[in-house]
Design a protein around this ligand. Structure first.
Ligand SMILES: [Cu+2]
Length: 433
Protein backbone atom coordinates (compact mmCIF):
# COMPACT_ATOMS: atom_id res chain seq x y z
CA UNK A 1 0.00 0.00 0.00
CA UNK A 2 2.82 2.36 0.86
CA UNK A 3 4.30 1.53 -2.52
CA UNK A 4 1.11 2.60 -4.27
CA UNK A 5 1.30 5.95 -2.57
CA UNK A 6 4.97 6.20 -3.32
CA UNK A 7 4.30 5.48 -6.98
CA UNK A 8 1.72 8.23 -7.01
CA UNK A 9 4.18 10.72 -5.55
CA UNK A 10 6.90 9.66 -7.96
CA UNK A 11 4.56 9.92 -10.90
CA UNK A 12 3.44 13.34 -9.83
CA UNK A 13 7.02 14.51 -9.46
CA UNK A 14 7.85 13.13 -12.86
CA UNK A 15 4.91 14.91 -14.49
CA UNK A 16 5.95 18.16 -12.96
CA UNK A 17 9.57 17.68 -13.90
CA UNK A 18 8.68 16.89 -17.46
CA UNK A 19 6.59 19.85 -18.46
CA UNK A 20 6.73 22.16 -15.47
CA UNK A 21 3.06 22.91 -15.90
CA UNK A 22 0.30 21.59 -13.75
CA UNK A 23 -2.96 20.12 -14.99
CA UNK A 24 -4.70 23.43 -15.27
CA UNK A 25 -1.75 24.90 -17.10
CA UNK A 26 -1.83 27.52 -14.42
CA UNK A 27 1.71 27.60 -13.20
CA UNK A 28 4.35 28.90 -15.53
CA UNK A 29 6.94 26.84 -13.85
CA UNK A 30 7.24 24.64 -10.87
CA UNK A 31 10.67 23.62 -9.85
CA UNK A 32 10.46 20.78 -7.40
CA UNK A 33 14.04 20.54 -6.32
CA UNK A 34 17.54 21.32 -7.27
CA UNK A 35 16.60 23.59 -10.11
CA UNK A 36 16.55 27.31 -10.40
CA UNK A 37 15.00 29.85 -12.61
CA UNK A 38 16.03 33.21 -13.89
CA UNK A 39 13.29 35.64 -14.63
CA UNK A 40 13.86 38.69 -16.70
CA UNK A 41 11.33 41.43 -16.96
CA UNK A 42 12.07 43.17 -20.19
CA UNK A 43 9.74 45.81 -21.52
CA UNK A 44 7.04 44.39 -19.30
CA UNK A 45 7.24 40.95 -20.90
CA UNK A 46 8.36 38.36 -18.42
CA UNK A 47 10.60 35.65 -19.75
CA UNK A 48 11.61 32.68 -17.72
CA UNK A 49 14.18 30.07 -18.42
CA UNK A 50 15.78 27.37 -16.40
CA UNK A 51 19.17 28.50 -15.34
CA UNK A 52 22.34 26.56 -15.78
CA UNK A 53 25.35 26.59 -13.53
CA UNK A 54 26.80 30.05 -13.30
CA UNK A 55 23.65 31.88 -14.29
CA UNK A 56 23.37 33.14 -10.74
CA UNK A 57 26.61 35.05 -10.97
CA UNK A 58 25.65 36.30 -14.41
CA UNK A 59 22.32 37.63 -13.21
CA UNK A 60 23.93 39.33 -10.25
CA UNK A 61 26.36 41.17 -12.49
CA UNK A 62 24.98 44.58 -13.19
CA UNK A 63 22.18 44.22 -10.67
CA UNK A 64 21.55 47.40 -8.72
CA UNK A 65 21.25 45.36 -5.60
CA UNK A 66 20.41 41.89 -4.41
CA UNK A 67 18.75 40.47 -1.36
CA UNK A 68 18.13 36.92 -0.22
CA UNK A 69 14.90 35.38 0.96
CA UNK A 70 15.06 32.59 3.50
CA UNK A 71 11.98 30.91 4.90
CA UNK A 72 10.50 28.34 7.23
CA UNK A 73 13.51 27.67 9.43
CA UNK A 74 11.25 25.98 12.04
CA UNK A 75 13.93 26.17 14.73
CA UNK A 76 12.98 23.59 17.37
CA UNK A 77 11.76 20.95 14.90
CA UNK A 78 13.66 17.71 15.44
CA UNK A 79 11.63 14.97 13.74
CA UNK A 80 13.07 12.46 11.23
CA UNK A 81 12.42 14.77 8.26
CA UNK A 82 15.33 16.84 9.64
CA UNK A 83 16.72 16.17 13.11
CA UNK A 84 18.96 19.27 12.98
CA UNK A 85 17.23 22.30 11.50
CA UNK A 86 19.71 24.66 13.14
CA UNK A 87 22.52 23.03 11.16
CA UNK A 88 20.71 23.41 7.84
CA UNK A 89 19.90 27.05 8.63
CA UNK A 90 23.59 27.51 9.36
CA UNK A 91 24.42 25.92 6.00
CA UNK A 92 22.05 28.38 4.32
CA UNK A 93 23.75 31.30 6.07
CA UNK A 94 27.19 29.98 5.08
CA UNK A 95 25.99 29.81 1.49
CA UNK A 96 24.81 33.41 1.67
CA UNK A 97 28.09 34.52 3.24
CA UNK A 98 30.13 33.03 0.41
CA UNK A 99 28.05 34.50 -2.42
CA UNK A 100 30.18 36.40 -4.93
CA UNK A 101 27.87 39.39 -4.58
CA UNK A 102 26.99 40.59 -1.11
CA UNK A 103 23.22 40.84 -0.54
CA UNK A 104 22.05 44.13 0.96
CA UNK A 105 19.74 42.35 3.41
CA UNK A 106 17.78 39.20 4.16
CA UNK A 107 14.04 38.66 4.19
CA UNK A 108 12.69 35.86 6.37
CA UNK A 109 9.16 34.91 5.32
CA UNK A 110 8.06 33.27 8.53
CA UNK A 111 7.94 30.13 10.62
CA UNK A 112 11.12 31.22 12.27
CA UNK A 113 10.34 28.79 15.10
CA UNK A 114 8.48 25.54 15.50
CA UNK A 115 6.60 26.34 18.71
CA UNK A 116 7.22 30.05 19.41
CA UNK A 117 9.55 29.14 22.29
CA UNK A 118 11.97 31.83 23.52
CA UNK A 119 14.87 29.39 23.17
CA UNK A 120 13.94 28.75 19.53
CA UNK A 121 13.91 32.46 18.73
CA UNK A 122 17.22 32.82 20.62
CA UNK A 123 18.81 30.12 18.46
CA UNK A 124 17.53 31.74 15.29
CA UNK A 125 18.92 35.12 16.37
CA UNK A 126 22.26 33.57 17.13
CA UNK A 127 22.57 31.93 13.70
CA UNK A 128 21.43 35.10 11.92
CA UNK A 129 24.05 37.14 13.77
CA UNK A 130 26.60 35.21 11.74
CA UNK A 131 25.09 36.31 8.43
CA UNK A 132 27.05 38.86 6.43
CA UNK A 133 23.95 40.99 5.71
CA UNK A 134 23.33 42.65 9.05
CA UNK A 135 19.70 43.48 8.40
CA UNK A 136 16.92 40.89 8.27
CA UNK A 137 13.30 41.83 7.60
CA UNK A 138 10.76 39.40 9.05
CA UNK A 139 7.13 38.45 8.76
CA UNK A 140 5.61 35.82 11.08
CA UNK A 141 4.36 32.37 10.18
CA UNK A 142 1.62 30.55 12.06
CA UNK A 143 4.28 28.72 14.08
CA UNK A 144 5.47 32.06 15.48
CA UNK A 145 2.02 32.97 16.80
CA UNK A 146 1.60 30.10 19.25
CA UNK A 147 1.29 30.45 23.04
CA UNK A 148 0.89 34.25 23.09
CA UNK A 149 -0.84 35.28 19.85
CA UNK A 150 2.42 36.59 18.51
CA UNK A 151 3.27 39.04 21.30
CA UNK A 152 6.76 37.69 21.69
CA UNK A 153 7.29 37.79 17.95
CA UNK A 154 6.26 41.44 17.92
CA UNK A 155 8.60 42.30 20.77
CA UNK A 156 11.54 40.61 19.10
CA UNK A 157 11.00 41.22 15.39
CA UNK A 158 8.15 43.67 15.02
CA UNK A 159 9.47 46.90 16.53
CA UNK A 160 7.92 49.85 14.78
CA UNK A 161 5.47 47.74 12.79
CA UNK A 162 1.71 48.14 12.59
CA UNK A 163 -0.99 45.79 13.86
CA UNK A 164 0.18 42.18 14.00
CA UNK A 165 3.53 43.13 12.46
CA UNK A 166 2.99 44.59 9.00
CA UNK A 167 5.19 47.39 7.65
CA UNK A 168 6.83 48.82 4.56
CA UNK A 169 10.23 50.26 3.70
CA UNK A 170 12.10 51.61 0.69
CA UNK A 171 15.42 50.41 -0.60
CA UNK A 172 17.22 51.92 -3.60
CA UNK A 173 13.99 52.91 -5.29
CA UNK A 174 12.09 49.68 -4.57
CA UNK A 175 9.13 49.70 -2.18
CA UNK A 176 8.93 46.62 0.07
CA UNK A 177 5.81 45.63 2.03
CA UNK A 178 5.79 42.92 4.70
CA UNK A 179 2.30 41.52 5.28
CA UNK A 180 0.92 39.25 8.01
CA UNK A 181 -1.64 36.62 7.00
CA UNK A 182 -1.41 34.14 9.88
CA UNK A 183 -3.53 35.70 12.63
CA UNK A 184 -7.25 35.38 13.42
CA UNK A 185 -7.70 32.54 10.95
CA UNK A 186 -11.31 31.40 10.65
CA UNK A 187 -12.54 27.80 10.72
CA UNK A 188 -12.55 26.39 7.22
CA UNK A 189 -10.71 29.38 5.75
CA UNK A 190 -7.26 30.11 4.35
CA UNK A 191 -4.66 32.66 5.34
CA UNK A 192 -6.14 36.08 6.05
CA UNK A 193 -4.90 39.67 5.94
CA UNK A 194 -7.97 41.25 7.50
CA UNK A 195 -9.71 44.55 6.99
CA UNK A 196 -7.39 46.72 9.07
CA UNK A 197 -4.26 45.56 7.25
CA UNK A 198 -5.89 45.91 3.83
CA UNK A 199 -6.88 49.49 4.64
CA UNK A 200 -3.34 50.19 5.71
CA UNK A 201 -1.95 48.63 2.52
CA UNK A 202 -4.21 50.68 0.29
CA UNK A 203 -3.10 53.80 2.12
CA UNK A 204 0.57 52.79 2.03
CA UNK A 205 0.56 52.37 -1.75
CA UNK A 206 -1.55 55.41 -2.50
CA UNK A 207 0.38 58.28 -3.99
CA UNK A 208 3.32 56.16 -5.08
CA UNK A 209 4.31 56.37 -8.69
CA UNK A 210 3.21 53.43 -10.85
CA UNK A 211 6.82 53.06 -11.95
CA UNK A 212 7.99 52.19 -8.43
CA UNK A 213 8.89 48.50 -8.29
CA UNK A 214 6.91 46.82 -5.52
CA UNK A 215 7.86 43.74 -3.51
CA UNK A 216 5.17 42.19 -1.31
CA UNK A 217 6.21 39.46 1.09
CA UNK A 218 4.15 37.35 3.48
CA UNK A 219 4.25 33.85 4.94
CA UNK A 220 1.27 32.08 3.36
CA UNK A 221 1.12 32.42 -0.43
CA UNK A 222 -0.88 35.42 -1.64
CA UNK A 223 -2.20 33.33 -4.54
CA UNK A 224 -4.28 30.23 -4.35
CA UNK A 225 -1.99 27.26 -4.79
CA UNK A 226 -3.93 24.45 -3.15
CA UNK A 227 -6.92 25.42 -1.02
CA UNK A 228 -7.48 21.87 0.24
CA UNK A 229 -4.26 22.23 2.19
CA UNK A 230 -4.89 25.85 3.08
CA UNK A 231 -2.24 27.06 0.63
CA UNK A 232 -3.73 30.42 -0.20
CA UNK A 233 -5.06 33.62 1.38
CA UNK A 234 -8.78 34.41 1.57
CA UNK A 235 -8.50 38.13 0.90
CA UNK A 236 -5.37 38.27 -1.25
CA UNK A 237 -7.37 39.44 -4.29
CA UNK A 238 -8.17 42.64 -2.45
CA UNK A 239 -4.49 43.21 -1.65
CA UNK A 240 -3.47 42.50 -5.23
CA UNK A 241 -6.05 44.93 -6.58
CA UNK A 242 -4.03 47.72 -4.90
CA UNK A 243 -0.87 46.83 -6.81
CA UNK A 244 -2.47 46.37 -10.23
CA UNK A 245 -1.48 49.81 -11.45
CA UNK A 246 2.22 49.26 -10.74
CA UNK A 247 4.57 48.27 -13.53
CA UNK A 248 6.58 45.70 -11.60
CA UNK A 249 5.30 43.69 -8.66
CA UNK A 250 7.06 40.76 -7.02
CA UNK A 251 5.29 38.62 -4.43
CA UNK A 252 7.48 36.43 -2.22
CA UNK A 253 6.01 33.79 0.06
CA UNK A 254 7.00 30.73 2.09
CA UNK A 255 4.86 28.22 4.01
CA UNK A 256 4.73 25.48 1.38
CA UNK A 257 8.45 24.57 1.52
CA UNK A 258 8.91 24.28 -2.22
CA UNK A 259 9.41 26.52 -5.21
CA UNK A 260 6.38 27.58 -7.22
CA UNK A 261 6.10 30.46 -9.59
CA UNK A 262 3.45 32.20 -11.58
CA UNK A 263 3.32 35.37 -13.62
CA UNK A 264 0.07 37.24 -14.00
CA UNK A 265 0.33 40.47 -15.93
CA UNK A 266 2.98 42.56 -14.23
CA UNK A 267 2.90 40.47 -11.07
CA UNK A 268 5.43 37.70 -10.44
CA UNK A 269 4.59 35.26 -7.67
CA UNK A 270 7.25 33.12 -6.08
CA UNK A 271 7.44 30.74 -3.12
CA UNK A 272 10.71 29.72 -1.48
CA UNK A 273 12.18 26.50 -0.24
CA UNK A 274 12.45 25.96 3.49
CA UNK A 275 15.76 25.74 5.31
CA UNK A 276 14.28 22.98 7.51
CA UNK A 277 12.31 20.29 5.68
CA UNK A 278 10.47 19.74 2.39
CA UNK A 279 6.74 19.23 1.98
CA UNK A 280 4.98 17.18 -0.70
CA UNK A 281 3.80 18.73 -3.95
CA UNK A 282 0.13 19.73 -3.79
CA UNK A 283 -2.17 16.74 -3.94
CA UNK A 284 0.70 14.27 -4.21
CA UNK A 285 0.25 12.99 -0.66
CA UNK A 286 -2.63 12.52 1.78
CA UNK A 287 -1.71 15.76 3.52
CA UNK A 288 0.84 18.52 3.83
CA UNK A 289 3.55 18.10 6.43
CA UNK A 290 7.23 17.28 6.83
CA UNK A 291 8.38 14.93 4.08
CA UNK A 292 11.20 12.55 4.79
CA UNK A 293 13.71 12.16 2.00
CA UNK A 294 16.93 10.13 2.12
CA UNK A 295 19.51 11.93 4.24
CA UNK A 296 21.84 12.54 1.31
CA UNK A 297 18.99 14.20 -0.62
CA UNK A 298 17.85 16.57 2.10
CA UNK A 299 20.03 19.52 1.19
CA UNK A 300 18.80 19.38 -2.38
CA UNK A 301 15.25 20.16 -1.33
CA UNK A 302 16.19 22.89 1.13
CA UNK A 303 17.46 26.22 -0.02
CA UNK A 304 17.44 29.96 -0.32
CA UNK A 305 16.15 32.47 -2.86
CA UNK A 306 18.48 35.09 -4.26
CA UNK A 307 16.70 38.10 -5.73
CA UNK A 308 18.67 40.34 -8.10
CA UNK A 309 17.19 43.71 -8.88
CA UNK A 310 18.05 45.86 -11.81
CA UNK A 311 16.00 48.92 -10.97
CA UNK A 312 16.91 50.99 -14.00
CA UNK A 313 15.81 48.38 -16.52
CA UNK A 314 12.90 47.23 -14.33
CA UNK A 315 14.42 43.80 -14.57
CA UNK A 316 14.70 41.22 -11.87
CA UNK A 317 16.05 37.75 -11.51
CA UNK A 318 14.96 35.31 -8.88
CA UNK A 319 17.27 32.40 -8.35
CA UNK A 320 16.50 29.48 -6.10
CA UNK A 321 19.52 27.61 -4.86
CA UNK A 322 19.31 24.36 -2.99
CA UNK A 323 21.77 24.06 -0.13
CA UNK A 324 23.39 21.21 -2.02
CA UNK A 325 23.52 21.59 -5.78
CA UNK A 326 26.46 19.26 -6.29
CA UNK A 327 24.70 16.82 -8.59
CA UNK A 328 21.53 16.26 -10.55
CA UNK A 329 18.21 17.12 -9.01
CA UNK A 330 16.31 14.49 -7.17
CA UNK A 331 13.83 12.68 -9.34
CA UNK A 332 11.17 10.15 -8.56
CA UNK A 333 13.26 7.05 -8.79
CA UNK A 334 11.39 4.66 -6.58
CA UNK A 335 14.02 4.53 -3.91
CA UNK A 336 13.26 8.10 -3.03
CA UNK A 337 10.78 9.88 -0.89
CA UNK A 338 8.97 8.43 2.02
CA UNK A 339 6.08 10.25 3.53
CA UNK A 340 6.69 10.72 7.21
CA UNK A 341 3.07 11.67 7.56
CA UNK A 342 2.00 8.27 6.30
CA UNK A 343 3.55 6.42 9.18
CA UNK A 344 0.37 6.77 11.15
CA UNK A 345 -1.64 3.96 12.65
CA UNK A 346 -4.51 2.58 10.66
CA UNK A 347 -8.03 1.92 11.81
CA UNK A 348 -8.29 0.97 15.43
CA UNK A 349 -11.04 0.61 17.93
CA UNK A 350 -11.02 4.01 19.58
CA UNK A 351 -13.67 4.93 22.01
CA UNK A 352 -15.90 7.73 20.80
CA UNK A 353 -14.31 10.03 23.32
CA UNK A 354 -10.95 10.07 21.63
CA UNK A 355 -10.20 12.10 18.52
CA UNK A 356 -6.96 11.51 16.70
CA UNK A 357 -5.11 14.20 14.84
CA UNK A 358 -3.45 12.51 11.89
CA UNK A 359 -2.31 13.79 8.51
CA UNK A 360 -3.78 17.23 9.16
CA UNK A 361 -7.25 15.87 9.98
CA UNK A 362 -9.40 15.22 13.04
CA UNK A 363 -10.47 11.57 13.06
CA UNK A 364 -13.31 10.95 13.44
CA UNK A 365 -14.22 14.36 12.13
CA UNK A 366 -17.69 14.42 13.63
CA UNK A 367 -18.83 12.58 16.74
CA UNK A 368 -21.99 12.41 18.76
CA UNK A 369 -21.54 11.98 22.52
CA UNK A 370 -23.62 11.95 25.70
CA UNK A 371 -23.53 15.08 27.84
CA UNK A 372 -20.79 14.98 30.45
CA UNK A 373 -18.43 13.04 28.19
CA UNK A 374 -14.80 14.01 28.18
CA UNK A 375 -13.19 14.16 24.75
CA UNK A 376 -9.45 13.72 24.36
CA UNK A 377 -7.61 14.88 21.26
CA UNK A 378 -4.16 13.40 20.58
CA UNK A 379 -1.79 14.81 17.97
CA UNK A 380 0.00 12.09 15.99
CA UNK A 381 1.52 14.45 13.41
CA UNK A 382 5.07 15.76 13.25
CA UNK A 383 3.64 19.27 13.20
CA UNK A 384 1.82 21.05 16.02
CA UNK A 385 -1.92 21.56 15.81
CA UNK A 386 -4.54 23.17 18.03
CA UNK A 387 -8.13 22.41 18.99
CA UNK A 388 -10.15 25.65 19.02
CA UNK A 389 -13.88 25.98 19.42
CA UNK A 390 -15.33 28.01 16.52
CA UNK A 391 -17.65 29.53 19.15
CA UNK A 392 -14.87 30.38 21.57
CA UNK A 393 -15.92 27.73 24.09
CA UNK A 394 -12.58 25.95 24.36
CA UNK A 395 -9.08 26.51 23.09
CA UNK A 396 -6.05 24.27 23.39
CA UNK A 397 -2.42 25.25 23.50
CA UNK A 398 -0.30 24.18 20.55
CA UNK A 399 -0.16 20.39 20.75
CA UNK A 400 3.18 19.00 19.69
CA UNK A 401 3.54 15.35 18.66
CA UNK A 402 1.78 12.98 21.10
CA UNK A 403 0.41 15.82 23.21
CA UNK A 404 -3.22 15.79 24.31
CA UNK A 405 -6.04 18.19 24.91
CA UNK A 406 -9.13 17.30 26.95
CA UNK A 407 -12.48 18.95 27.31
CA UNK A 408 -15.61 17.82 29.13
CA UNK A 409 -18.88 18.64 27.38
CA UNK A 410 -21.42 19.42 30.08
CA UNK A 411 -24.07 21.12 27.97
CA UNK A 412 -26.02 19.63 25.05
CA UNK A 413 -25.51 21.25 21.68
CA UNK A 414 -23.25 21.41 18.67
CA UNK A 415 -19.60 22.33 19.02
CA UNK A 416 -17.76 22.96 15.75
CA UNK A 417 -14.00 23.34 16.17
CA UNK A 418 -10.85 23.80 14.08
CA UNK A 419 -7.07 24.14 14.22
CA UNK A 420 -6.09 27.80 14.42
CA UNK A 421 -2.80 27.08 12.65
CA UNK A 422 -4.47 25.14 9.83
CA UNK A 423 -8.04 26.41 9.68
CA UNK A 424 -8.93 23.96 6.92
CA UNK A 425 -8.82 21.32 9.65
CA UNK A 426 -12.28 21.22 11.15
CA UNK A 427 -14.33 18.87 13.33
CA UNK A 428 -17.67 18.77 15.06
CA UNK A 429 -18.96 17.44 18.37
CA UNK A 430 -22.65 16.89 18.95
CA UNK A 431 -23.59 16.56 22.59
CA UNK A 432 -26.90 14.84 23.12
CA UNK A 433 -29.30 15.90 25.83
CU1 LIG B 1 -3.19 22.18 12.50
Amino acid sequence: MANKKQDLIDQRLQDLNNDGVDRRGFLKCMAWAGTGLVWTLSGGVPVSRAFAQGAGEHAAKGADFTFVQISDSHIGFSKPANPDVTATLQTAINKINTMPHKPDFLIHTGDLSQLSKPTEFDTLDQVLRGASPKQTYFVPGEHDMLTDNGEQYLQRYGKGTKGAGWYSFDHKGVHFVGLVNVVNLKAGGLGSLGHEQLEWLEDDLKGRSASTPIVLFAHIPLWTIYPDWGWGTDDSEQALSYVKRFGSVTVLNGHIHQVMQKIEGKVSFHTAMSTAFPQPAPGSAPSAGPMKVPADQLQRVLGITDVNYLVSGSSLAIIDSPLDSSSSPMSGNGGGTDMAAMASGGASTDSATEVKIDNFAFTPGAISIKRGTQVTWINHDDIPHTVDSAQGKFKSAALDTDQKFEFRFAEPGEYPYYCRMHPKMTGNIIVQS
